[in-house]
Design a protein around this ligand. Sequence first.
Ligand code: NAD
Length: 691
Amino acid sequence: MTSIVELHLCDGIAEVAIFNPPNNTLSHQLLTALYSTLEQVTSDPAVTAIVLYAKGPSFSAGNEIVELVTSPHPPSLLDIVSLIENCQKITVAALHGEVFGGALEIVLACSVRLARADCQLGLPDVAIGLLPSAGATWRLPRLIGVDRALKMITSGRPIGAADALQCGLIDALVEIDLAAEAVAYIEHIGGCAYSPVALDGAANQSLNSDFFMTWRTAMERRAGGQIAPQLAVDAVEYGLSANLQMALGREAELGQKCRQSSQSDAMQYAALAESVCGVYGDPTTASGAVSVVGIVGAGTMGAGIAMAFASANMHVILVDVSQENLQKGLQAITTNLQRAVASGRMDSEGSSACWFNIQGSSSYDDLQNVDLVVEAAFEDLAVKQSIFAKLDRLCAEKTLLATNTSYLDVDAIAAVTQRPEKILGMHFFSPANIMPLLEVVAAAKTSSETLATVLAVAKRIDKVACVVGVCFGFVGNRMYSNYSSEANLLLLEGAQPWQVDAAMRDWGMAMGPLAVADMSGLDIGFRARQMKPDAPTNASFFRPANMLVEEGRLGQKSAAGFYRYRNRNRERENDNMVSDLIEREADRLGITRRSIDGREIQQRLIYTLINEGARILDQGIARCAGDIDVIWINGYGFPRWRGGPMYHAGQCGLQVVVDGLRGYYPSPIFDYQQVSPRLLRMAEAGENFVD
Ligand code: NAD
């Protein structure tokens, strides 16, 4: 039987292999076994060198989130790091696959790091509101330079082996047999006494006093409101002029501050919710591999969706009825790929592979044998029904048919086919090649095999997928619609567009709702509202946005919407004309205007989300509150450090939300302003949406 840590001793070299399937996460059991093995070999005078490597698909995905949440028991990462660093032997880490978090912290203490070309190395701690530990904020800047280290630590994003070699994070690339090549490397360097890590360089870098201030400002811009990236900068700055012992103390102190903050709780919760959201039914029932995907409609969404599949090495056939639009779609893909390479998001090989995986076509006949079709044509039920009827006649029996509709009734689309069990929604977000979220819409007759297959595909294309039920706008857009409606109502009641947007950005949203409306196009929302079966009849419903559309102000695309856009950079400018227009309309509607502060704006918009989330849960449209939070964090710019609307409700206290809603809407004018029975019930019972 394979044990969690294996030891092989040969000619004074101890080969230590970790094996904790599936991802070699650093569970307490693994750390204990690793510590005990390292203790044995580091104290053995016959051992002159130690090779640390792993079996399985990766070196290690890092810490176990669940164990991070509970209090850690010894041995700690620092105990292991100290053993390695102080052992006076050559220590070689031979790496492959993922080397994340605590795993990278451990190997930073080794004398030498070798890595296979598939290796990804990263310190993702800030993504869950924490700091790297065990001296990583002291060692990494010394190893790869301060700027590079800060990039890795504050972004949490991993770097590949080639980059790691170039910046000095690894010493050499190895091919296949990690342990054997590490042993050969030790022989090659002649067993010379390696210092633990050659760590003097960066401390001597002359950094002018503005350097860290610039980093802090950049963090405020990129990760506004988050404390972990700011404290990471503090830790690195302090560590540069401190010895290891002092730096460890400071790093631990700052790490503790993060650990005790509500932000890290929220972010760890979000990571856990993401790790379970795509788990639905029995994954072994997936009905076969998807290797060829058809896309119908080569517009904004179709082109992005094609890229998402093609980048994951699936063959894509992109069909459009309009030859002109097909060419535009293919051109958009070329431009996007060029941008992705220029920005470093993709290498040129990946970009070429993606391009060659996409075949444009103007004939549906090319879709006969594909495994999955994603329809991304116009948002019109009749158009979609005619496309699905045609695909149903044409495609092989095995083919799953998905619609990317934003709002429409997937059951009504499934009803025109003879294969309703293979029909579903795949609601991508724009830009589909970049946005991580996918709402997988289960229609009444969608089979569990179909869902399992699509969830497996979602994983391959690197999407965070949540299964949702059928209703107008599903989970995300349904909630967003009320949120946006409240933003419009606030304008009639006296708030200015820039005031609403600033309040929500201050609260942590990536963008304000009115700037988003301008970006997506005011006509899009206008058309969607016209399709809404139960749209409120009250004259104030979305009146400001509707008026702007009537005036031909469609948002960024017409250089005017809630704001004015003068230059090509689409910088927003406040427009008093919009304020005057809204003020006149409020008078006409008999709405008394008043001054509205940021707090009211924030509470009304966020409570509105929570309230609709509760209704969605009541109707079983979302499986659990965690899925709603995942959708909002990954699709709508909700601050991860607040955990999502349903998690945040618990932070406020459900009764506070209920009282808030009642206070703001003593006589609700829209149904959605009524307190949802579920929210009320749970508040009265002292419950939370999230445990
Ligand atoms: P778009 O207008 O940019 O593109 C639609 C494309 O479909 C056009 O190229 C058109 O020629 C083609 N088309 C129309 N009828 C067709 C048919 N019968 N067969 C083949 N091709 C046909 O639209 P879009 O913004 O890409 O939206 C597409 C779908 O995705 C809509 O259902 C929309 O609601 C949904 N969606 C859009 C967004 C977004 O932000 N744009 C986000 C999520 C979902």
